[in-house]
Write a protein that binds this ligand. Structure first.
Ligand code: SIN
Length: 302
């Protein structure tokens, strides 16, 4: 599986300021829980931050328990990795721009939209680098989040599929996702503010050089599928493109690529949005679930 993770047992890694991080991999493919770390302290400790960044690249999603931090400390930690961004549909904390509130309750039964496998905000030209998500209130049971390793998903594709998708690009749309539940005028206004983005179907991770399968629930179609090899005459109506796209999107559903996290109040997940997808399991209504997410601006996928 992930050949970078040679062994699953926990390890303790020392940082230069005397901290030691307890690293407990949760699977051999993706995810590790880090103990002995305060994110408030990490925000002002360059050595600790560098260690966390290296662990993020290795495990793709990091989990921290008992982070009884303020919103300002949450934001300060995430800001060490880049600028933060608000979300056009989910609002942010008024006192902490960039800290998006994902609050769900019995009063908002239709406002539950994270239960699709997705990479955050690929409808942006510059999708997020990563996100730092803290649990403020969790249901007594349920409401887990799952992540999938999309480097592994790419690596395991058959060679003929890899060859077919190498040159392909795909359109990603907020209009077709968040906008789809809106009245038409709101939907068109959203689309005008956030025109569809186009990204490679296989991106290269900018830090590790790994190839990543980069289509998800926001992808609507391939933009350059119509080649002589794929299409016989004109607008050949074969279902090849949509079948291929659906097949690729479905790869995140394979359990061997996944980790599943059980939230507690003050648990934090920090994921690399460039190499993962995630799915918030909507099995907790009518209970409440409150999460706060700092999304860090990323770069242009290539
Ligand atoms: C998200 O989709 O970014 C939020 C995931 C969650 O609420 O668990």
């Amino acid at each position: 599986m992930n050949h970078a993770i040679e062994s699953a047992p926990a390890v303790v890694r020392a940082t230069s300021l005397g901290h030691s991080i307890h690293v407990e991999p949760l699977t051999c493919t993706i995810g590790a829980e880090l103990g002995g770390v305060s994110l408030a302290a990490a925000a002002v400790d360059d050595a600790l931050l560098a260690e966390i960044r290296a662990l993020l690249l290795r495990h793709r999603v990091l989990f921290f328990r008992d982070q009884d931090i303020t919103r300002a400390e949450h934001v300060a930690f995430a800001r060490r990795f880049g600028e933060l961004e608000d979300h056009p549909v989910a609002g942010s904390d008024p006192d902490h721009p960039g800290l998006v509130r994902i609050y769900k309750s019995a009063q908002t039964p239709n406002d539950r939209y994270e239960n699709a496998w997705h990479t955050d905000a690929t409808w942006r030209e510059l999708p997020p680098f990563g996100c730092v998500l803290r649990c403020v209130e969790c249901p007594p049971v349920g409401g887990d989040t799952m992540w999938a390793n999309m480097v592994e998903a790419y690596r395991q594709l058959p060679d003929d599929i890899k060859a077919r998708i190498e040159p392909l690009r795909a359109r990603h749309s907020i209009e077709a996702s968040f906008g789809a539940a809106m009245p038409i005028d709101q939907r068109l206004a959203l689309k005008a503010r956030y025109p569809d983005a186009e990204h490679p179907v296989v991106r290269t991770h900018p830090e590790t050089g790994e190839k990543v399968l980069f289509v998800n629930a926001f992808a609507t179609h391939f933009t350059n599928y119509h080649t002589a090899a794929n299409v016989r005459y004109g607008q050949d109506a074969s279902p090849g493109a949509s079948q291929l796209l659906n097949y690729l999107i479905s790869q995140a559903c394979i359990p061997e690529y996944q980790v599943r996290f059980r939230w507690k109040k003050n648990s934090v997940a920090f994921w690399d949005n460039r190499s993962t997808q995630h799915y918030a399991v909507m099995d907790y209504p009518p209970c409440d679930r409150k999460m706060e997410r700092a999304g860090i601006v990323g770069d242009r996928p290539y």
